[in-house]
Design a protein around this ligand. Structure first.
Ligand code: PMP
Length: 383
């Protein structure tokens, strides 16, 4: 009998029951506009501020430093474009990496067409940047460095503490895409010297279409969206109240349970990697040990087309991914895997498995067995 096994938690997650319960009243009864001057309006406004407190507590910042957005795509666009436009008298140079999420990379390409210069740092075979190269790339006209906390495809966790130190030492602002790390790795923006942080709700069992940008007090950021006085006039638009409430609740739950949840996932992850590496020729892409997200497995099966593997797994009720969901419609091999030095062929022979709350040891064994069978079958046919 086929099962339904979801192993694409890095693409998105289901909404937890407690999160949905918390959201429901704001979809129906408490529908007041948070900007309105009567009690159901105040109620909405207060619920937003409560969620903001949950998020600021989780990352150790002040609540007025958290701005809600429609997700991390908007947060990344806002951070890099808003900062570049707001600080162009100080310089026009931006540093990022070759393995950022498309929302960051395409914002950088847009800025390149508008008078800015961008350095794209390389990564080593594990996906880590070279800290010396970062130091040497910072020039007099460098205004911002944007480096993701953990990669969405290969799970590599950068040395954020050192990156923060380098940026602080050189007097440049450090923006970090924290989407995949948020809720899985402790993030203390003060201790890590992170000046701006993008996060998203739907990776931590909250609703889709809501996220936030942390902006350290004093940072000059132009608006991306111009509108009313919401979000202290920094981001106009009637707030997505129920989703913000859900995001706040999902944050609270994730951070309360992070240690135990991540310990459990790390054990499952390592067993799964171990199991899959027994398949002839297979190898792991991305970070090793502590440099890898507890829920990420990215593995190549030479001679196999990852899309074929995905299709066959789907028929067995298993959802995994060939890379980033945001680029799943592109036939191009992953820019992240190419940056690790993989050939196009090997990049296309790779799949990403990301586990989460509902993943069990039995699921893991079922998926490994099916992968082994499918790989054997495909290899037999194509030999
Ligand atoms: N950055 C990273 C690292 C991501 O994984 C994602 C989601 N795939 C985003 C940004 C975009 O987030 P959102 O879906 O909230 O726009």
């Amino acid at each position: 009998m086929n099962r339904n096994i979801y192993m694409d938690y890095a693409a998105t997650t289901f909404i937890k029951n407690e999160v949905l319960e918390e959201m429901m009243p704001y979809l129906k009864g408490f529908y007041g506009n948070p900007s309105s001057q009567y009690s159901i309006g105040f109620k909405s406004k207060m619920s937003i501020e409560f969620a903001r407190d949950n998020i600021s507590n989780a990352i150790n910042c002040k609540s007025e430093e958290v701005f809600f957005t429609s997700g991390a795509t908007e947060a990344n666009n806002w951070a890099i474009k808003g900062f570049a436009h707001g600080n162009k008298e100080r310089g026009n140079h931006i540093i990022t990496t070759k393995i950022e999420h498309e929302s960051l990379l395409s914002s950088c390409r847009y800025l390149e067409g508008n008078g800015f210069r961008v350095t794209y740092l390389s990564v080593d075979e594990e996906g880590l940047i070279d800290l010396e190269e970062l130091k040497n790339s910072i020039e007099k006209d460098t205004i911002i460095v944007s480096i993701m906390f953990a990669n969405n495809e290969i799970g590599t966790i950068q040395n954020i503490k050192e990156i923060g130190k380098i940026c602080k030492g050189k007097g440049v602002v450090f923006h970090c895409d924290g989407v995949q790390a948020f809720g899985k790795v402790p993030i203390d923006v003060k201790e890590l010297n992170i000046d701006m942080l993008s996060i998203s709700s739907h990776k931590i069992y909250g609703p889709k279409g809501v996220g936030a940008l942390y902006v350290k007090k004093g940072i000059k950021l132009h608006n991306l969206l111009h509108g009313g006085g919401q979000e202290r006039s920094k981001r106009g638009g009637t707030e997505n109240v129920a989703s913000i409430v859900g995001f706040g609740k999902a944050t609270e739950i994730s951070f309360n349970n992070m240690k135990e949840d991540m310990e459990r996932l790390t054990i499952l992850r390592d067993e799964m990697i171990d199991n899959l590496l027994h398949i002839e020729g297979s190898f792991l892409n991305g970070g090793s040990g502590n440099n890898r997200l507890p829920n990420n497995i990215n593995i190549a099966f030479p001679g196999i087309n990852g899309e074929d593997l995905l299709f066959n797994l789907d028929r067995m009720g298993v959802c995994v991914s060939s890379g980033s969901a945001c680029q799943a419609t592109s036939m191009e091999p992953s820019h992240v895997l190419l940056a690790l030095g993989l050939s196009k062929e090997l990049a296309k022979a790779s799949i990403r498995i990301s586990i989460g709350d509902e993943t069990t040891k039995e699921d893991m064994e079922y998926v490994c067995e099916n992968i082994r069978n499918i790989v054997d079958r495909i290899r037999m046919v194509t030999e």
